[in-house]
Ligand binder design. Structure first.
Ligand code: ADP
Ligand code: MG
Length: 729
């Protein structure tokens, strides 16, 4: 008996045959092991401190100094177990990246020695020099102080030797200088407005959160080749380069087998992301050669956005370990697809409901229709502003091209939902909308769910598409901070929900029954926002004309698109919901225009340098060798024979002269256009001038450079070509 027991114990625990490898560590065993999440808070904080911190996180309760001190001590104790020696406030200024300034935990111990310390004061607030970040003139160097303040709703994490604390970044006078502060305000406004509307359907709802699931597209390029392309290095995109004979025409890359080198990169990236608590889930090849995608499971919007910023910086780091550079630019290569970052967005309640998902009962579906229609209405009212939120010098190369969402915001709903909404819009008032005895609507909505789940009729050309239980905002750029789009979308929907509640309550006050009132207001919204709903091909020329007739924003100049932020209805919306003041909006627009100008300016300089230092000298050298050949041939074969034999080379010599002359003239003209634009004193007009006079020359110059690439001896061409850059071996 005892032998038998011993035998069992032995086989189970000690006799694992040596040739069977121990099971690999499962992702669940290391997920978030570098994150100060609730589990770690519970372990490292006294119980009362833990409870108060959770109250701060979940209900926005105020945080007092003693709690902050205790949290800081616990956080440091945990971080040092991972080897952290430094800490940083981690924030997203109005650039595309994140900012961090590392300080060690070192402090004087008062006895001539040093100790490691982290106090609540350091956790809660810091004072980076705000004048060195884009601030649109809110700060000048005389009063340069801004401060970063802890965002307890996004957990701290450890990267390398540093404890990173997500923070907002604010001017001393209170204006936000980052993306996170207005995002948090927008999410709070949305929460309040959506909870109020939810109460028509379910009085238990206490909190509504916005969810964000981003899909990050990117390119990988071999590091050596990247280093030999000054344009990629300095601007993130190729400013020249003839299309490769083969690129994506065979459609053989999308979902294709992932090359080993790339798979190794992805694996390491995913492990690092998982350790930092980013629930990465999906990886695949994208349409263009060397283009890939990474997507996590969706999360609460603010956290999801922090995670996206984190992943973008992880990508850059991990790529270099594998001999790659990652390109997050929206259009690194001409002639193949660009990269976007679809923002899947929806709303959910603390009672576990997804508000954009149809349900099983009529009430559920009325709630579903309510939120979908209010979203449509918000997108309609602010379609120009939504476009502004995703516009940038870099994304401009992608939008409107024949692959990505067009530069007009419209919404696709799919056949079933369209039918349901039409039925509501067209139903005679007060007839089919009565509730019957079983509290069911005599409206065909209950049949929606099964049909919608199967969203086979996906329309890839729509910038804002309904996909079963969420909307997918597809116009966001791959390099962008999603917060820009999420601030506008969440604020616009909040504003619309406030209006909706106001209108429904007014009808109820007039004696209308609640369900009837809701349906009536939905019907009015549907009539009002018809223009935003478009099921057709968003890439077509007819749509551009049709959209203009419908009064949608069709502007394509990025600096002018930014004007949408300063329209009276935009300012009213942001101010009434407490998201941003007019002063902040004006300052942020200055930054947008200035960034636009600088990006174009840098590209113009790089293009000019490359044209004059690489292209023209190489083309001229090749031309000289052709000339020598022609003269030698003519010496060897005098008279007509020699002329005949050298005819083709003479044509090439002439062609090279034509191209180089054009390039030189236009580079000079571009310098002149820049000079004139630089003299313009206001940010907006300068950006407009850059857009109107400098940008158009890029393609013209490039055309001639790319022609030369086809003529000149391959051995002489100094820049790696598309066929080399685009195919990882
Ligand atoms: P696609 O087929 O659009 O490429 P992916 O699987 O690549 O889909 O990405 C879909 C994204 O949408 C994921 O991040 C996923 O978590 C997210 N998502 C799914 N449901 C929701 C939802 N209800 N709200 C927000 N995001 C969601
Ligand atoms: Mg995808």
């Amino acid at each position: 008996m005892s032998d038998l027991r011993f035998h069992v114990v032995e086989t189970a625990f000690s006799k694992r045959p040596l040739d069977v490898p121990a099971p690999a560590e499962r992702p669940t065993s290391y997920f978030a092991d570098h994150v100060f999440n609730r589990e770690k808070m519970f372990r490292y904080l006294p119980l009362d401190v833990y409870r108060r911190l959770v109250d701060v996180i979940d209900h926005g309760a105020p945080l007092d100094r003693s709690v902050a001190d205790a949290v800081a001590a616990g956080m440091k104790a945990w971080a040092t177990t991972l080897g952290a020696t430094h800490y940083t406030h981690w924030f997203a200024p109005l650039t595309e990246g994140t900012a961090e300034k590392h300080d060690s935990f070192f402090e004087h111990d008062g006895k001539g020695g040093m100790l490691e310390e982290f106090t609540g004061k350091l956790l809660v607030q810091q004072e980076p020099d705000a004048s060195s970040f884009p601030n649109g003139g809110i700060r000048n160097t005389f009063e340069a102080r801004g401060y970063s303040a802890w965002d307890p709703s996004s957990p701290a994490f450890v990267v390398d030797d540093t404890l990173c604390i997500p923070t907002v970044f604010i001017a001393y006078t209170g204006e936000s200088l980052d993306y996170k502060a207005p995002l948090l305000k927008a999410l709070r406004a949305l929460d309040r407005a959506a909870v109020d509307v939810c109460h028509y359907f379910n009085p238990d709802v206490r909190k509504v959160v916005a969810y964000l699931g981003w899909e990050q597209e990117y390119f990988l390029v071999d590091e050596g080749l990247y280093a030999a392309r000054p344009d990629l290095l300095l601007t993130g995109r190729t400013l020249m380069g003839h299309e490769s004979s083969k690129n994506q025409q065979l459609e053989d890359h999308y979902f294709g087998a992932i090359p080993d080198r790339v798979a190794a990169f992805m694996k390491e990236l995913e492990i690092e992301a998982l350790r930092l608590g980013v629930p990465v889930k999906t990886r695949h090849n994208e349409v263009a050669p060397n283009q890939f995608e990474l997507a996590p499971v969706y999360e609460e919007c603010n956290l999801a956005n922090d995670h996206n910023l984190l992943v973008m910086s992880l990508m850059r780091k991990v790529a270099r370990r594998h001999g790659f550079r990652v390109l997050l630019h929206e259009k690194p290569f001409k002639g193949v697809n660009g990269s976007g970052k679809h923002n899947n967005w929806s709303l959910g309640t603390d009672t576990g409901l997804l508000l954009m998902a149809p349900g099983r009962t009529a009430t559920d579906n009325l709630r579903f229709v309510t939120f979908v229609v209010n979203t449509l209405m918000a997108v309609y009212r602010h379609n120009g502003l939504l476009k502004a939120s995703i516009s940038s010098a870099t994304n401009a190369h992608r939008l409107g091209a024949n692959e990505a969402p067009p530069a007009i915001i419209s919404s696709f709903l799919g056949e079933q939902l369209t039918r349901v909404l039409r039925q509501i819009e067209e139903s005679p008032e007060g007839v089919s909308l009565q509730l019957d005895g079983k509290q069911e609507l005599k409206l065909d909505i209950p049949q929606v769910p099964e049909l919608l789940i199967d969203n086979t009729d996906r329309n890839r050309t729509s910038p804002f598409a309904f996909t079963g239980n969420r909307f997918e905002f597809r116009a966001v750029g791959s390099g962008a901070n999603c917060a820009a789009a999420m601030i506008v979308l969440n604020t616009a929907v909040a504003e619309q929900l406030v209006q909706f509640k106001h209108d429904v309550d007014a009808l109820i006050a007039e004696g209308c029954e609640q369900t009837e009132a809701i349906i009536e207001v939905i019907r009015r919204c549907l009539k009002a926002c018809r223009a935003i709903h478009f099921e057709g091909n968003g890439y077509s020329e007819e749509w551009k004309a049709e959209a203009a007739r419908r009064g949608l924003d069709c502007e394509t100049s990025v600096p002018l698109i930014f004007d949408n932020y300063l329209r009276p209805e935009s300012i009213r919306m942001f101010e009434s919901l407490g998201v941003m003041t007019e002063k902040e909006l004006r300052a942020r627009n200055e930054v947008k225009w200035d960034t636009y100008t600088k990006k174009v300016q840098i590209e113009a300089r790089v293009l000019g340098d490359l044209a004059l230092n690489h292209i023209i000298p190489v083309a001229t050298a090749y031309q000289t060798s052709l000339l020598t050949n022609v003269m030698d041939m003519r010496r060897l074969f005098p008279g007509d024979r020699g002329v005949g034999l050298t005819e083709k080379n003479v044509e090439l010599i002439e062609a090279i002269s034509r191209h180089t002359a054009f390039i030189k003239e236009h580079v000079d003209a571009m310098v002149e256009a820049r000079k004139q634009a630089n003299a313009i004193p206001t940010e907006r007009e300068r950006a407009v001038a850059y857009h109107d006079t400098v940008v158009p020359m890029f393609d013209e110059i490039r055309y001639h450079i790319d022609k030369l690439e086809l003529i000149v001896d391959d051995r002489m061409w100094t820049l790696p070509k598309y066929r080399e850059l685009l195919f990882i071996r």
